[in-house]
Design a protein. Sequence first.
Length: 311
Amino acid sequence: MKVIILGGTGMIGRRLARNLAAAGYETIVLSRSPKTRRVNFPSGVKLRKWDGVTTKGWGQLVDGAEAIINLAGENLAGEKFIPKRWTAKRKQYLVESRILPGKAIFQAIQAAASRPSVLIQSSAIGYYGTSLEQVFTEASPPGHDFLARLCVDWEASTKDIEDLGIRRAIIRTASVLDPSGGALNRLIFPFRVFVGGRLGSGEQWFPWIHPGDEVRAIRFLLENTEARGPFNLCSPNPIRNAMFARIAGRILRRPSVFPVPAFLLKAALGEVASVALEGQRAIPKRLENLGFTFNYPDFEPALKDVLNENA
C-alpha cells in the first residue's frame, strides 16, 4: 500500500512513518525541507518536497496512492520551549496551516485518475472545548473557544472528499506523551529542577495518550474499512492535573508541592495558558467499540515508559 503523510516530520508523523515503512508500506512523507529532515527517517521512507500550501511538487503522487494521512498543522505553542502567544496574526497562521493543506488534498484527489480509498484527517481533543464535569465522547458537540473553532475548521477542510466516495476517519488526538517535545516536555521540566507542582487549581482534566498507542490507533483506523467519522485518540483514563503532578513527582523522585498560580500563567502566556489551565474529560468510545485495545491505558506506567525511553 502506498501511503502519503502530510505533516509527517512532526512528533507523531515521524513515529508513524517508521512504523508503516517497517510494516512494508510504501511510505512517502511531504516536507518543506526534505534534505535536512532525511536524518530522522529510515531508508524505507521517501521524502518529497512541498510548500505546505499547494499541490505543487507532490499532487501527482496521489494518483495510485491508496491512503493519505493528513497531520499538517503548525504546533499550537510553537517549536520553542517558551510557548508563543496567540496574537491575531498567530491565530491566523494556525488556521491557515491547517485549512490550506486540507484544500490542497482535495484538489490532488479530485485530479487523480486512481484515487485513494481512505483519508485519515487530523484534529484534536480541543474540539470539545473545556469542562470540569462533562464527559466528552465523539457524539459531543464542539465547544466555542478558539481551539474548538480551529478544530471544527480543520476537520471541515477535507470533508468534501467524502462526496468523492472516499472513506474519511478523523483523529481527535489528546496530548501525546513524548518528552522530546510538545506539552509533556514543558510540563515535566519544573519537576526536573525541583519546582514541580499542580497548575492553577489542579482540578482540570488532562487527556493523554502514549505515543505507541497513538501510532497503533492511526494504523488501526487506516486498515479497518469500517472506520469512518471522528475518533477520540486518548487514553480511556484521563487524569486531573493534580494527579499528573503527584505521579510525575513520584516517578522522577522530585517534590510536587510548588503550585503555579493561574494568574501567573495567564500573565506570562496570555490565552495560550488556557491549554494548561483548562481541560476536558474525553474518552475513546468509538475507538474501543470498534475493537481497539490500549497497551497503555493507565497514566503512571505510560509516563514511566516514555521517560525511560528518553533517559
